[in-house]
Design a protein around this ligand. Structure first.
Ligand code: CA
Length: 263
């Protein structure tokens, strides 16, 4: 990851002092300016007055629910929001993502994993701001011609059914972001289909097959188990920069995981 020259203002809303302390030390070294809030109300006040560039919020807060914090911020801002939750509490994470959070980490987490998520989301905002045109959506080897409704992979036109096209387009528009099953089903199939996970699974499988035919082993659509899917941001065809790879690498690192004493 390229070193950022200007400090990025990060709001950390977390009630456990131990976690705040560790993250503050770790992220300061990575050129972040950390604003700390120990509960949800304080977090919201600080958000409005200090305008951070990214927010990390714990879902288990002493005053208001972390999901409420996400919802309140999302009503006024598009800032990237990463939620932290105790391990395996998928329902909480899914609800937070549906309220507008962009990503998640589960406790106990390795600070490097959180850093990868933070950098991935900051990068997503930059890439999306740069690459937005009315005619094309591009992610590495995939290019969607929005006027012709055509998908080009490595400059070759590939047929996608209307559902597959819409789904692939939705993944490209939201590349780098975790999308929940519900969110995708509502967007592509409509609200009556929120529980039809099978439809989504089948079409994701079809899209993966077509991508595989053109790209070989490169896996651009990642499954977030129990949560949904994420399309990696790819800078060019030869380079796969996935948050997944970073995560895997860092999990073998000796950096101690941050554990949570209480939610
Ligand atoms: Ca907590």
């Amino acid at each position: 990851m390229q070193q950022r020259s200007i400090k990025t203002k990060l709001l950390l809303i977390e009630d456990e002092e131990k976690i705040r302390k560790i993250l503050k030390i770790y992220l300061k070294n990575e050129n972040f300016d950390i604003i700390e809030a120990e509960d949800g109300q304080m977090g919201l006040r600080m958000f409005l007055s200090l305008k951070p560039e990214i927010v990390v919020v714990d879902l288990g807060l002493p005053d208001i629910d972390g999901k409420e914090v996400v919802k309140n911020i999302r009503e006024v801002s598009e800032v990237p929001i990463i939620v932290c939750s105790v391990r395996d509490d998928d329902r909480e994470i899914i609800a937070a993502l549906n309220y507008g959070a962009d990503d998640y980490v589960t406790k106990p987490f390795n600070p490097e994993v959180l850093l990868a998520r933070i950098n991935g989301n900051l990068r997503r905002v930059v890439v999306n701001n740069q690459n937005t045109t009315k005619e094309f959506l591009i992610n590495g080897p995939i290019k969607i011609d929005l006027l012709k409704h055509e998908v080009l992979i490595k400059d070759r036109a590939i047929f996608f059914s209307p559902k597959q096209y819409n789904l692939l387009k939705h993944l490209l528009v939201n590349k780098g972001k975790v999308l929940t099953h519900r969110e995708i089903l509502a967007e592509i199939w409509g609200r009556a289909y929120l529980n039809e996970h099978q439809y989504l699974r089948v079409q994701i499988g079809n899209i993966r097959e077509k991508l595989k035919e053109c790209l070989g082993k490169i896996e651009m659509i990642h499954t977030e188990p129990g949560i949904g899917y994420r399309m990696d941001i790819i800078d060019d065809e030869n380079e796969i920069k996935s948050t997944k790879i970073v995560t895997k690498k860092s999990s073998t690192n000796s950096t101690k995981e941050i554990t949570s004493e209480a939610q």
